[in-house]
Each structure stands twice: as C-alpha cells, then as structure tokens.
Write a protein that binds this ligand. Structure first.
Ligand code: MN
Length: 291
C-alpha cells in the first residue's frame, strides 16, 4: 500500500481575490477526476476580498462551488441566475463551452472552496448544464457527520451529477481518532478547512492537501482538535489532461480554439448577464507573438 503524503498549497489570485491552490500540486495533477481545488480563505480576516469574478469561459470541466460563510450569485450563459449559501451546491458542467460570473452577494466574511472536475471523453464535448442543490444528504460518520456533495458516503448518496465515479464530502468531526470507510478503487485527498488532520502520522492543516493513494477500504484519521475537512476521491482519471487558464482539454489545439472563441466572441460561449467586467484570456504562451 502506497504511503500517504502531504503537500502545501500555493498562493494565487483569482479575480483579485487571494486564494490558496492545493490542487494541482507538485507530483499530483488529479485526485480521481478532481483537477483543481482553490481555498477562498482570506488570511486577512479584517479585510477579506469580496468574490467578484466577472464573465469568463470554461470547457471540459465541471465547477463545484462550496461556500463556508457568505453568499454569492452565479449567472451563466444558459441564462441561470442562482443564489448560493453555505451547505448548498452549485455544479456547472461546461462540456463544449459555457461562460459564467460569480459575485459575493453580501459584504462580510466570505470563505469557500472552488473545485473543478475534469470531464471524461464521453461527456466533455457535450452540452453545458447547471445544477443547484439547495439541500444535500447528511451522513453519520465515525465521530461526526458529513454533507455529501457528490457521490456516496456512509449510505447517503448525493443527487448531483458525476460523469465518473467520485466522492466529495464535507466532514465535521470531534477530536480523536476516527475510521472512515473508503472505496478501495478510489484515490482520495483530505482538504483541511478548520483544524488539522493526521493520517499514518502525516499531518495537514489549512492550506495543505493530504493525499491518500488508492487501495484502502478504510482510513484512520486523527484530529488533535475538533475539525472540518473535505474528503475528495475518485477512480484514478485515466485520461491525460491539459489545463490552461479556465480550460481543461487534451492538447494545445483545443486550448487555442477555445481561447480564440472567447477572444473573438463567437457563439461558442454565449453572453453572461453580469454587471462585472468580462475577463480577457491571456495569450497562450506557446503561440508566437503576432507580427
Ligand atoms: Mn469559473
């Protein structure tokens, strides 16, 4: 059985907001189909950045928006306008192309997690879609409880779409050692949101990712204090993806085509109802400068 390991995330900015990106990370591009995990957790609690991400496009992935505090409004090129609050799930599937904007609704403390899920060959060129789940199933787990965002845990199954076998859950557990049942065919990661987690003597805290390779049907998690963490998992994603900007594809030609569509405002992505400024794509670094 492969050993667990932990890795610090790295600070980045999204739409002017400070975030910590814990996936992808050095040595690990995906956990199942999960390919991107940003913690929107301002270090400067006195002056948290508002989430204001203007219209921008996606292809080949689903976005999962999961708030811890605050509220936000999602709008997209399908005509969706959706308020999201903590405990609720926004799941937007890009397929061949969608554009959206996200804006914090009320000023004040804002914390959340933005995750991406890579779509497999069978759906990644399909139609875009959006789901909002106002209530999600709760599961009892050893030492606490879980909200099941995607997949199934502790006998509770989320109604949310998933294109490959996967799990996403938010666990709140008391201090001590707890045993979680896992799907042996999944690889997993723990994303601490509050407090530290320790597995096999390897610890991780907020801003870090704890990777649990496949092949375990249970996991012993130690918490020095009561805490909260995301448990992400899935069958290892068998397709090699290329990520650039807001796109998940398989090669540069696909990335470049999506970049051109957004730049040229052709009909691939459509318009987003939003008062925020449209976000321009940077020029792909592999393209020669125009003469
Ligand atoms: Mn987005």
């Amino acid at each position: 059985m492969e050993a667990v390991w932990a890795q610090p995330g790295r600070p980045a900015q999204v739409g002017g907001m400070d975030i910590v990106r814990v996936l992808p990370t050095r040595g690990r591009r995906t956990i199942g189909a999960w390919c991107f995990v940003d913690l929107m957790s301002p270090d400067s609690a006195a002056e948290p950045d508002p989430m204001e991400v203007g219209p921008h496009p996606h292809i080949g992935l689903s976005t999962v928006t999961w708030l811890l505090t605050g509220e936000a409004v999602h709008t997209d090129s399908l005509g969706t306008e959706q308020l999201i609050q903590p405990g609720q799930l926004n799941l937007m599937t890009a397929g061949r192309g969608i554009a959206h904007a996200e804006q914090a609704f009320a000023r004040g403390p804002f914390r959340g997690v933005q995750l991406w899920v890579a779509q497999p060959a069978g759906t990644r060129e399909g139609e875009p879609a959006f789901e909002h789940h106002g209530e999600l199933p709760q599961a009892d787990v050893d030492g606490g409880h879980a909200t099941v965002m995607v997949g199934e845990l502790g006998g509770a199954a989320s109604p949310a779409r998933s294109d490959t076998p996967m799990l996403g859950a938010d666990l709140i557990v008391e201090a001590g050692g707890h045993t979680l049942e896992l799907d042996r065919g999944f690889e997993h990661a723990l994303v601490p949101l509050d407090g530290a987690v320790v597995v096999d003597g390897v610890g991780a805290e907020l801003g870090e990712l704890l990777v649990v390779p496949e092949g375990r049907d249970e996991l012993r998690v130690e918490l020095p204090d009561a805490g909260r963490f995301l448990l992400l998992g899935g069958e290892p994603f068998g397709e090699r993806i290329q990520m650039w900007w807001n796109f998940v594809a398989r090669d540069r030609d696909e990335l470049e085509a999506a970049w051109r569509s957004w730049r040229d405002r052709d009909d691939r992505f459509g318009d987003v109802p939003s008062a925020l400024d449209r976000i321009d794509a940077p020029r792909p670094m592999w393209l020669p400068e125009p003469a």
